[in-house]
Write a protein that binds this ligand. Structure first.
Ligand SMILES: [Zn+2]
Length: 376
């Protein structure tokens, strides 16, 4: 599990100079990659390394290499479709080019003036996230004369579990047709009752439609209103129960179709709600959670039903109908429950990613949180 610690650095001329040279090296690789239509690291390296070393002799070789990697990734990201002009003065560091000393609040960085040691601003995050410091990025804001470093820390898994229990209590929710909602704390909301009632309405409706008289049509309208209110009421009850549980982070899968249907409004939207309870449930959970200052996190649903929530082994054959059986560790669980646990795990890691990258995120009680949950 990775965490990021962002710390202030003193403004330094050698670092500024390093940033500028790093940018030049990046640009040289970007230009070559764009004109030769490649983002292959080996090819880029063979073609540009020697020239860059010659043209920018002060930039140490290890930084030339990370500049090449940075450029290669940027080229890959744009799929070589447009020319990139690098503006930022961000320098990428790896294990060879930086070393962080948490006890003395210092960091040593490779620069154009050799290896230099800089003091970093003290932060509670330093003690909170101790582990292996795998890579870092130095951000230079030349306009405002500011510098900072973002250090990535790899934490041992145990620490993360402890931290999760102490700080954020998350619950994962798997939504489906048979089970309206399955929660990672073993709660099941079954659609059995809902479906039998809906089934009855449907039966009545088809009989009335068949009759075709005016009173039958009026009766039909009333019925659809009643059915809609029934589904709505059920969703209100379930969502209330969910948000009242003692968890401050609620994780749901992000459903592409839900995002599309969100855009609908007005009459068509309303008629859809009656038959589409999973989305309505999401809507109700979301606004009730927001009211209570809880955080909603949407996670990528990919593999949540194939992955083992115990050992993380992913295989399509792990799932057989409603049973999840891990082919690697033999862990067995109700398939929806296993999915909901995966959703909860993803939610927690997304929560911490948000906590560490966004400065406006302080505490799950903060009013700012719901807007950042990616729901709009
Ligand atoms: Zn397993």
């Amino acid at each position: 599990m990775f965490r990021t610690v962002k710390l202030k650095l003193p403004y330094d001329q050698s670092l500024l100079e390093t940033g500028k040279r790093f940018r030049e090296a990046c640009q040289a690789v970007l230009d070559y990659g764009f004109s030769e239509h490649t983002f292959n690291k080996n090819r880029l390296d063979r073609a540009t390394y020697r020239n860059i070393r010659k043209d920018i002799p002060t930039l140490p070789s290890a930084l030339v290499q990370t500049a090449r990697d940075t450029a290669s990734e940027a080229l890959k990201q744009t799929k070589l479709q447009k020319e990139i002009k690098r503006k930022s003065l961000t320098i990428r560091y790896d294990r060879r080019t930086f070393r962080f000393y948490p006890d003395s609040f210092t960091i040593s960085l490779t620069t154009v003036a050799g290896r230099l040691v800089f003091p970093v601003a003290k932060s509670p995050l330093i003690d909170k996230y101790r582990g292996e410091y795998t890579n870092a990025q130095v951000f230079i804001d030349a306009k405002h004369g500011k510098m900072s470093v973002m250090i990535q820390v790899e934490l041992p898994d145990k620490e993360v579990e402890k931290e999760v229990n102490e700080e954020a209590k998350a619950i994962g929710i798997d939504r489906g047709v048979k089970n309206i909602a399955v929660l990672s704390n073993n709660m099941f909301f079954n659609s059995g009752q809902l479906r039998s009632v809906k089934g009855r309405y449907r039966y009545n409706r088809s009989k009335l439609q068949h009759a075709g008289t005016r009173s039958a049509h009026r009766r039909l309208r009333e019925l659809s209103g009643r059915e809609r209110r029934f589904v709505q009421n059920t969703n209100h009850v379930i969502s209330r129960q969910i948000v009242n549980l003692p968890y401050n982070v609620i994780a749901l899968e992000y459903l592409e179709s839900a995002g599309m249907r969100r855009k609908n409004n007005g009459k068509r939207f309303n008629t859809m709600l009656g038959s589409w309870s999973p989305y309505q449930l999401e809507l109700f959970v979301e606004y009730k959670a927001v009211e209570m200052g809880k955080m909603i996190i949407y996670v990528n649903p990919k593999y949540t039903s194939q992955k083992c929530s115990k050992c993380r082994y992913t295989d399509r054959n792990n799932r057989k109908g409603s049973i999840f059986h891990c082919l690697r560790c033999n862990f067995e669980l109700h398939a929806d429950l296993n999915a909901s646990r995966n959703i909860g795990i993803l939610g927690i890691s997304e929560y911490f990613r948000l906590m560490s990258t966004s400065q406006s995120l302080r505490h799950p009680d903060s009013n700012k949180l719901p807007a950042l949950a990616g729901s709009s």
